[in-house]
Design a protein around this ligand. Structure first.
Ligand code: SAM
Length: 360
């Protein structure tokens, strides 16, 4: 079990955990995405935010306090949620002391449009119980932040969640732990990955094993959701993967928004390489990405005929690039005569949604 360094900040009745760079990165991504998700989804309905491994609710660097994930959801909702609508924040943690601390933190973040529920339970059992209880209508759109520190999560729990169609998931996938278990041939992986197929990967090494594991996990999730993308987060100290943040959604808008958020908090990059790893300028990077996508379209999509959104669905699922990069690439193709665009949604030179694209 991970040991957290904690302290009481001046004047606080609750403790905070020491904040590290990678938790901060994860939190910025969460905040950015919820900032877009809340206003769109709360237009007509109340929303649920589930925090599966909720934590103590507060972090520190020196004498400054930073919010934990359930508190980030509350703060973003206060700024971006629609008036007259409600957010239920359901926080689950298996540690009673952590739950008690979180309860004190949430008490300081009360708001008339937010209801808090703290469930002291392990995630697998707690969530299954909540999903079958009548007070959580399955029709209400729900965002799940699932942030385990290791392999303490059953794939069957994820499939149970994904039966509800209006759900989105952001989950932390600790690749190192998985790789170690493959080496040790641990049966724990059967329930974590929801398949026994990982045994075929045990003779693979390095990046080939890593890519194969991520393909396997992604494929598992894709049986239940349309868009699944694992965002890679590197360790800053060593040149290795620290974890993946896997986004699971049934909506193109969700998939493109997460891509935009990841890129915007990461200087235009689609893998987080740690604070000090910023070699290319954003301008160089975007130019490079546009020509990459153009090449991808030439190699894989010649003959495509359909709406721009259909093409975007293909690209978001198959490449790490953003909507704006695809749009530029299609425009370049149009200029060079490799794309014919018939404007339906856009006026004049734009390219969007229902515009018809033919790649020749
Ligand atoms: C990485 S921390 C969560 C941090 C939090 N999500 C945030 O970003 O602020 C992991 C938390 O999961 C809790 N935990 C560990 N195993 C769990 C399980 N099986 N079910 C629920 N909570 C668990 C731990 O007590 C710890 O508070």
């Amino acid at each position: 079990m991970k040991k957290y360094v904690s302290k009481y900040l001046n004047g606080k009745q609750y403790y905070s955990w020491e904040y590290d760079e990678h938790t901060n990165f994860k939190h910025r991504l969460l905040g950015c995405y919820l900032g877009a998700w809340f206003p769109i989804l709360s237009r007509y309905q109340d929303l649920n935010y589930f925090d599966g491994f909720a934590g103590c609710g507060s972090y520190f660097i020196d004498d400054n306090e930073y919010p934990g994930s359930p508190v980030i959801a509350a703060k973003v909702w206060k700024d971006r949620g629609r008036s007259g609508k409600k957010l239920n924040i359901i926080a689950i943690d298996q540690d009673q002391e952590v739950c008690d601390n979180l309860s004190k933190v949430l008490n300081e973040n009360k708001h008339s449009s937010i209801e808090y529920y703290i469930e002291h339970s392990d995630f697998d059992n707690g969530i299954k119980k909540l999903l079958t209880s009548t007070s959580y209508e399955s029709i209400r759109p729900s965002f799940f932040f699932i942030d385990p520190f290791g392999l303490n999560l059953d794939f069957s729990t994820l499939t149970e969640i994904m039966k509800h169609k209006k759900v989105e998931l952001l989950l932390t996938f600790m690749y190192d732990g998985v790789s170690r278990c493959i080496g040790a041939e641990s049966g724990r992986l059967d329930s974590f990955l929801g398949t026994k197929e990982w045994r075929e990967l045990k003779d693979l090494h390095g990046i080939i094993r890593e890519d194969s594991v991520m393909d396997l996990y992604r494929n598992q999730l894709q049986q239940h959701a349309q868009f699944v993308w694992p965002y890679k987060v590197h360790s800053s100290k060593a040149d290795r993967t620290l974890y993946y943040l896997v986004h699971v959604s049934n909506h193109l808008k969700g998939a493109t928004t997460m891509r935009d958020c990841f890129s915007s908090i990461n200087h235009g990059r689609i893998e987080y390489l740690g604070k000090s790893n910023n070699q290319l300028s954003i301008f160089e990077l975007k130019e490079y990405q546009v020509s990459e996508v153009e090449n991808y379209l030439r190699r894989n999509c010649t003959g495509f005929e359909g709406s721009y959104n259909d093409l975007l669905s293909l690209i978001i699922d198959a490449t790490p690039y953003q909507n704006q990069v695809l749009r530029k690439a299609v425009k370049q193709c149009e200029k060079s005569g490799r794309a014919i665009v018939q404007r339906v949604t856009s006026k004049q030179t734009g390219i969007d949604k229902d515009d018809l694209v033919k790649l020749v």
